[in-house]
Design a protein around this ligand. Structure first.
Ligand SMILES: [Zn+2]
Length: 433
């Protein structure tokens, strides 16, 4: 090693551990901008990382460590050519990664949780410029006659990578079934005229909750749907549920948003916040958040209605909770618990491609109904939108015209009415534009 320029990137200093730490396994997760290697260890591990050039290599020295099992074969990936492990001295191990290109490594240890024991995590980030080229981000484009923009639906498959989510009795992971449903839903959304899907994750890797929200906001999503599968200690519990953000969750988020406004160029509903004073910002936020919460609950209602048609629902109404992932102040957001993976029958259904498709179809119908009901301005649907109104006792044509802000003549014309006689229960088309 004397002949090469070794760069000491990180020195993990822990009190000397007399005990040998055993490495019992390794997993590799591929995310769009990095590859994550996770080593299962029998205890806290002290380690050093070096990068070596010509050829590009990364050396991971594991101190007071030994191999318990042979590490699994490294799967094909875009950054690592080969992985070698050798003993170094009496008590230490050296892992060498032959790299396909230069990387920026980051490492940290994780304490045990209910699913895994001690772990050492090594993230290899790709060169930024290259990663940017790989990004599939498309700006919001206009469709058809170029006057209308696309409706963007952000579809978020919960969990991923080291976070498997809930686990069924026969070993099904939530992260896998929700990704399958998310992908099927994305195909349907992309088939819809004037609509485009953005998947927050399209693979088996971990994504922080804030990152999921950011992806939706960056894509200027009109709706964010996070897809999950529930679990409960009582295996009899079953059914789908749909959540929106609770008002208390929204209030605390507004405060946090305001607090970090200083050094951000955040926008709310197309308005830049950095040059506005705090009072104005909080008013804008409030307005936006109220409208977003309302739209979220409308969307949730449409989705729940359709989910009821494909299976049991756990709760008959839309639920509210303080889920972080739903906290975007300007993107209507819902979280769908598709079923209970802890229920044997529902686990079986969640695994079946046919049932996944049924769930995706139901969500698509809900999405379509929601956007037909509340078409985002500037979209094809908004231009085509016709709302319907069922006449209640005491209403007149003029009062309905005032309510929907259309002229009496247009209302009559849209419904081919000659006079102004209407009856209770009659359904009218309400022209929107
Ligand atoms: Zn979940």
């Amino acid at each position: 090693m004397r002949t090469v320029t070794a760069l000491l990137l990180l020195l993990w200093s822990l009190p000397l551990l007399a005990q040998q730490v055993e490495i019992s396994g390794m997993r590799v997760w591929s995310a769009p901008d990095h590859i994550r290697l996770v080593f299962d260890t029998s205890g806290q591990l002290s380690h050093d990382i070096f990068l070596l050039k010509k050829p590009q290599r990364l050396v991971l020295d594991l101190n007071s460590a030994s191999l318990k099992n042979v590490l699994p074969k490294l799967e094909q990936n875009r950054l690592i050519k080969r992985l070698r492990v050798a003993e170094r001295g009496k008590n230490n191990l050296r892992v060498v990664l032959d790299l396909k290109e230069a990387v920026r490594p980051k490492s940290f240890v994780l304490k045990p949780n209910d699913k895994y024991g001690h772990r050492l995590v090594l993230d290899l980030f790709q060169n930024k410029k290259r990663a940017a080229n790989h990004r599939s981000h498309r700006p919001v484009k206009t469709v058809g006659d170029k006057q209308h923009r696309e409706i963007v639906v952000a579809i978020d498959a919960g969990h991923g990578g080291e976070d498997p989510g809930a686990k069924g009795h026969s070993g099904t992971y939530e992260k896998d079934v929700v990704l399958a449903i998310a992908r099927k839903l994305a195909v349907l959304v992309n088939k819809e005229p004037g609509m485009r899907a953005v998947l927050t994750r399209d693979g088996d890797y971990f994504l922080r909750l804030r990152k999921r929200m950011d992806k939706a906001r960056n894509a200027r999503a009109d709706l964010f749907i996070s897809i999950h599968a529930d679990a409960f200690s009582d295996a009899r519990v079953r059914g789908a549920s749909v959540y929106t953000l609770s008002r208390s969750g929204a209030t605390s988020e507004a405060a946090a948003f305001l607090a970090k406004k200083e050094n951000s160029s955040d926008m709310i509903g197309g308005v830049k916040l950095e040059d506005k004073d705090d009072v104005l910002v909080s008013v804008l936020l409030d307005l936006s958040q109220n409208a977003t919460l309302q739209a979220s609950s409308e969307a949730a209602g449409f989705l729940l209605k359709q989910l009821k048609k494909v299976g049991k629902t756990h709760k008959p109404r839309v639920q509210q909770a303080r889920f972080v992932v739903l906290k975007s102040p300007d993107v209507p957001s819902v979280l769908v618990e598709t079923a209970f993976i802890s229920n044997r029958q529902e686990e079986r259904r969640l695994k079946s491609g046919k049932h996944q498709q049924k769930v995706a179809n139901a969500l698509m119908r809900g999405i379509r109904n929601y956007f037909t009901y509340l078409p985002p301005p500037g979209t094809l649907l908004a231009a085509k939108a016709v709302r319907r109104h069922t006449i209640n006792p005491g209403e007149t044509l003029s009062s309905i015209a005032v309510r929907y802000q259309v002229s009496l003549n247009r209302l009559k014309h849209a419904n081919r009415l000659k006079g102004s006689k209407i009856r209770v229960g009659q359904v009218l088309d309400i022209p929107v534009i």
